[in-house]
Design a protein around this ligand. Structure first.
Ligand code: MLT
Length: 398
């Protein structure tokens, strides 16, 4: 009989968004005539920009003739895409060497898989509330995590606690689920704390394209010293609407070298390369061609147009909450609006209430951690029409 990975017993029965989908499907089946508006999972609704589409077509065409056909690609991703990403960083004033970039099918896989590089006895700091993948992937590997409290008092931007000697720190800014964004001084504090402790920051910047204030850092590498202590994960899902197309990238600087127990030096870059070349055969050439087009100046301009559309939705949601005098966070440099559940409800209770009474799907804060128990998340990724209708329904509720 196989001995199973019993750490799975320590997980919630299903992944947050699967649980929501399941509840919504049950409701929809029981009420087939009702129009449900989905503002739950952060899934985009606008089509890809024309440049991305042209890039994808070019990739398909290349597959049709023997002189341009591609089989297995380089394990880190094609150089043309790594260069395009490095240039995108450079246009935002950040230096990232293309050789440090690994292309993947998205930040979800990489933020989940990275935990394999670290031993079980690390002190792992994870904010609460948080994107559930960070916690679940550690639990699957039998690791214990220490929570950093994010709450209304610290604006959901927890800062280092020097009484804890962390080894690994997960940060996400702009934050999922709260929409809060660390400023430069705050990230400098985190980088200094990591360097003092010889810790590694796992920085998820999947929502960086929503930052509209040039004074706010869009990458951990905007902070001096970060190359010596941070891995960054990013994705085209929210930047370019690639939630279904799938492409992401992870930066593992070659400076990240630590001593093993036997005194030998180990490079996280070399380990990640070893891990990826063993377990991953790369993102499809076609998708990488689409992604390359996204990172051209015109491709990014098209992405920004879509982002502005979503930001208008965020404002619509924020206006409704302001009108109702409901306290909220995020929604400015983020597609997420995080608010206190009205009338003292708990988040799953409010989820059911909103679905039953207004046919709106959101995400209960409890799914992101204990500190989210009385909070709720709405996404700005819907259409204007649906967001407007959802807000009219919300308005009529209480
Ligand atoms: C979310 O809704 O939190 C995100 O869409 C999940 C993800 O990016 O995997």
């Amino acid at each position: 009989m196989p001995k199973l990975n019993e750490n799975y017993q320590n997980l919630k029965e299903s992944y947050l968004f699967s649980e929501i989908a399941h509840r919504v499907a049950a409701y929809s089946q029981a009420h087939p005539d009702q129009k449900i508006i989905r503002l739950g999972i952060g899934d985009v609704t606008l089509p890809l920009g024309s440049l991305a589409i042209q890039g994808l077509h070019a990739g398909v065409d290349a597959m049709a003739s023997s002189d341009t056909f591609r089989g297995y690609g380089p394990e880190q991703g094609y150089e043309f895409l790594r260069n395009a990403i490095s240039e995108y960083y450079a246009r935002n004033g950040i230096t990232v060497d293309p050789a440090d970039i690994f292309i993947s099918d998205g930040a979800k896989s990489d933020t989940g898989n990275i935990s394999e590089l670290f031993a079980a006895d690390n002190t792992i700091l994870i904010p609460d509330p948080v994107y559930p993948v960070y916690v679940d992937s550690n639990v699957m590997n039998g690791k214990t995590v220490t929570y950093l409290s994010g709450n209304a008092d610290n604006q959901f931007l927890p800062m280092p606690d020097r009484s804890i000697a962390a080894d690994i720190i997960y940060l996400c800014s702009p934050n999922n689920p709260t929409g809060a964004v660390y400023n430069r001084g705050q990230l400098e504090e985190w980088v200094n704390y990591a360097l003092e402790n010889e810790a590694v920051i796992l920085f998820d910047s999947a929502y960086e394209a929503f930052i509209s204030d040039p004074g706010l850092p869009r990458s951990i590498y905007a902070i001096e010293g970060a190359r010596r202590c941070a891995i960054e994960f990013c994705s085209l899902s929210k930047t370019a609407g690639f939630t279904g197309t799938r492409c992401g990238y992870t930066v593992v600087p070659r400076e990240l070298v630590f001593k093993a127990r036997d005194g030998r030096e180990m490079s996280l870059h070399a380990m990640w390369n070893r891990r990826q070349s063993t377990k991953f055969n790369g993102t499809s050439y076609i998708i990488q061609k689409g992604a390359e087009a996204v990172f051209s100046p015109e491709g990014i301009r098209q992405c920004q147009e879509n982002i502005r559309y979503y930001q208008q939705n965020a404002r619509m949601i924020a206006d409704t909450l302001n009108h109702k005098k409901i306290r909220f966070f995020g929604g400015i440099h983020s597609p997420y609006i995080w608010f206190e559940c009205p009338q003292g409800m708990e988040s799953w209770e409010f989820f059911d209430y909103l679905l039953t009474n207004a046919q709106i799907v959101g995400t209960p804060g409890a799914g992101f951690g204990e500190n989210g128990r009385n909070y709720f998340r709405l996404t700005a990724f819907g259409s204007h029409e649906n967001t407007k209708e959802a807000m009219e329904r919300f308005h009529r509720l209480f």
